[in-house]
Write a protein that binds this ligand. Structure first.
Ligand code: AMP
Ligand code: TRP
Length: 329
């Protein structure tokens, strides 16, 4: 199978990204042909500081390698280095129904945060994501629950292109894990919202790349629910349930067993254990990242290699697309 998934460069990688997405990518790279673009063009849909965006892109690549992605086993590259993404995105935009784009949850949510108005790129974002996926005849896309709607849109685009111009694209499947497997890690402050790097309140997230004090502070400060029982019940106890999922994913212990161990003990000892667990879980990732920060030339080189590989895979499809829609060769 050919697998592809993308991650935006901006913001620090948090446990939602890591446990919900990147950790699964790491397992997949040993079994499948995998492509992982850092999607810098997607980041441009909200205002960016150019210097910082460049830095963030390199930083994201380092975080991904520190998280266990192996550039020898998977194709790690920067989206903007492979211009075919933009070309296909434009062509897909010409068949994308405006109404569907306007209904996308991420567009509506991000739109609300844009004080100086929404740009057209934020609206057509899903067409660029569809091009990331369809360009490589991808079989499956591992994503968190938040991206399922975009993937449905990608499938719609594939079907529409194929029925209009003839069979060209494979329809990719979404690989979404269950909530207990980390498909949706919630904010530590507001457990009704997903943990997000764009949340203006940094206390809602915790990252394996932050220093131990920061990790401890955010976990100890996490919102818990009324009562003092440690019980998994996302509807009644969203805060505690989210912490139980985090614990179980990092420790490998079942949620039932954690509930049993903390029966009648209240929230504080549970949070203390979770905080220490998160600190020790994060340590090897942080260490690897620090090593990579000293090897920028190596990172640049492997990104060049990644882009060459990706381009060679994309070329036959983009050639076929140009031909099918009637562009002069
Ligand atoms: P992003 O940080 O939005 O670029 O997302 C990168 C990957 O992490 C995508 O596959 C998302 O679905 C996934 N992801 C983002 N936030 C969460 C979260 N809170 N829980 C689980 N997965 C997430
Ligand atoms: N839209 C995704 C997100 O915000 C990132 C992304 C861009 C992506 N292109 C992709 C994910 C292709 C999977 C496949 O998380």
């Amino acid at each position: 199978m050919r697998i592809l998934s993308g991650i935006q460069p901006t913001g620090i990688m948090h446990l939602g990204n890591y446990l919900g997405a990147v950790r699964r990518w790491k397992d997949m790279q040993t079994k499948h042909e995998c492509l992982f673009p850092v999607v810098d063009l997607h980041a441009l849909t909200v205002p960016q500081n150019p210097k910082e965006l460049r830095k963030a892109t390199l930083n994201k690549v380092m975080e991904l390698i520190a998280s266990g992605l192996d550039p020898e086993r998977c194709t790690l590259f920067v989206q903007s280095h492979v211009k075919e993404h933009t070309e296909l995105a434009w062509i897909l935009q010409t068949i994308a129904p405006l109404g569907e784009l306007e209904r996308m949850t991420q567009y509506k949510e991000k739109g609300k945060t844009q004080k100086s108005g929404v740009n057209a790129g934020l609206l057509t974002y899903p067409a660029l994501m569809a091009s990331d996926i369809l360009l490589y005849q991808t079989d499956a896309v591992p994503v968190g629950k938040d991206q399922v709607q975009h993937l449905e849109f990608t499938r719609t685009m594939a079907r529409k292109f194929n029925s209009t111009f003839g069979q060209t694209f494979k329809e990719p499947a979404a690989l979404v894990s269950s909530e207990k497997e980390g498909a949706k890690i919630m904010s530590l402050v507001d457990p009704k919202k997903k943990m997000s790097k764009s949340d203006p309140n940094p206390k809602g997230r915790v990252s394996p790349f932050e220093d131990p004090e920061h990790i401890r502070r955010n976990i100890m400060g996490a919102t818990t629910d009324a009562g003092k029982e440690i019980r998994y019940s996302p509807a009644k106890k969203p805060g505690v349930s989210n912490l139980l999922v985090l614990h179980s994913l990092m420790s490998g212990e079942s949620i039932a067993s954690i509930e049993k161990r903390f029966k009648g003990k209240g929230y504080a000892p549970f949070k203390r254990e979770l905080a220490e667990l998160a600190v020790s879980f994060s340590e090897p990732l942080r260490k690897k990242k620090r090593e990579l920060e000293r090897r920028e030339a190596y990172i640049q080189e492997l990104l060049k290699r990644g882009a060459r590989k990706a381009r060679s895979l994309a070329e036959p499809t983009i050639e076929e697309v140009r031909e099918r829609v009637g562009l002069l060769s």
